[in-house]
Ligand binder design. Sequence first.
Ligand code: SER
Length: 609
Amino acid sequence: MLLSNELRSKYLAFFKEKGHAIIPSASLIPENDPTVLFTTAGMHPLVPFLMGERHPQGKRLADVQKCIRTGDIDSVGDAWHLTFFEMLGNWSLGDYFKKDALAFSFEFLTSRKWLGLDQNRLHVSVFAGDKDAPKDTEAAVIWESLGIPKERIHFLPKSDNWWGPAGQTGPCGPDSEMFFDTQKQVGELVGKTPTEKFSDGCSKGRFVEIWNDVFMQYNKTAHGLFEPLKQKNVDTGMGLERTVAVLNGLSSVYDIDSFKPLMQKIKSLSGAGLFEKNLSSGRIVADHMRSAVFILGDSKGVGPSNTDQGYVLRRLIRRAIRHGKNLGIEKDFSVEVAKVVVGQFGSVYSELGKNQSFIFSELDKEEKKFRDTLGRGMTVLQKALDSVKQSSDRTLDAKIVFDLYQSYGFPPEMTGELCREKGLEVDLDGFQKLLTEHQDLSRKGAEQKFKGGLADHSEETTKLHTATHLLNAALRKVLGPHVFQKGSNITAERLRFDFPNPQKVSEDQLKQVEALVNRMISEGLEVKMEILPYEEAKKSGAMGVFEEKYGDHVKVYTVWNPKTKEVFSKELCGGPHVTNTREIGGFKITKEEGVAAGIRRIKAIVVSP
Ligand code: SER
């Protein structure tokens, strides 16, 4: 049995031997990146260095990075999904490239001194090439020279073998992935070529990816071009839990050594026979509690709240408690379970030990608060669901979702899940609307209370925030799709917006932009906020800096006409915004100037209509 601690330490020892500096895991809470709530991959905290910034530890780095991906939180409970996981990675910042990267990977996986895998059970994929970048025959030749025969080297397209920003700009490149043949009996593999058979085997779970070597050599520009980066980098990622499971022939990540004490603890707290009957609830409790402990115990740890990371944390804890109910756990249990996590990971992540009293007290507070209202909320929901079952649209009304949220602390996602378990739907859009209206009202109320009715600056900046989105969209319409937000700064008096454009924006163009923004204001478009899983937001075409392949939940603001469904602007943004563009009043551009080669700056103000 390969143990988690063993894989972690072997990995670091191997790369140390190859001249890599071992760096500690960065915080789970990203710095200077408002577009994602959590660190989602090892490369995330290293982006500036991949772009050419000098790293204090040198050009060869290796680490184990704490990651949170809540994008597929709803899949947790099956055999493979986790919201918290550890990612092993090695980096070359403009040092070695393909040849050494692949040779390192191969040696670590197959050498008897390290993992000693049977190389006949390895398949690899390489980039097939397209209009943006050539076919990666170089990687294929290297794999062959290492001993992987042609029929186990598969050329696959960008959708499989490319890492980088799908949206706007940033470092990216082709990758080469390593797969382990689990030799699971999945029936005959279908396909004419070895690669077709391989793809079929992947979808049936016979071949499982264990490592990804990315050759980061391009920067995707705002014009959609792939320009060579200043330096050629290597970014690799190996999911620790998954690799331990696969290499030990286990059929679930929850069966690996580091999950065992946690699962046992949860089982011992459960009612007789209930753990076995509700295995997915047991897994959800284990996963969510692990994530909660790591978020609370982080050096930048946050407590449960109703915004951003704190909200995700609250959702994780409350969902764990509600699934604990499925296991028959009615008394407080989060601290007991958290103690197991801290006991197990404290020696690897010393921050957990340091912050343990914060972890336990926050969990205890949150659990008590929620347990207080959970039972009553469930009764309210149960009654409502009984009548929804009789209704024609079988959809739970937004007002009830809002009431459950407001009075009983039910995260709307949890209410949604409870409805779906009964085959019913839920009006989450309507909930968002009620929430926004409510926040608006309480903001106005608070202003009146504390500021004696004086105009509040925050109201002006909120208007300017939304005006910035309108300006961005209008510039794209008038000047072209090469425009994007390069920089933005808002004070109580004005907005400032920097964007790429090869020449000065003419008087006439400025007039058109201003008129278009004013038209959108007078049309009274609605501003809708949604919290979407990263992948979904990306697919929806929202503008913003997408620098990750997977991710977390992000906030998306859409300015649209709900009647015609016409969307004027859709952007990733932290907010806040007005709820209707009419609130902005009017818009006036006060200045246009150049700030750097190819970068223009517009200053503008909001005015009374
Ligand atoms: N960035 C790649 C990944 O997360 C390799 O580390 O898979």
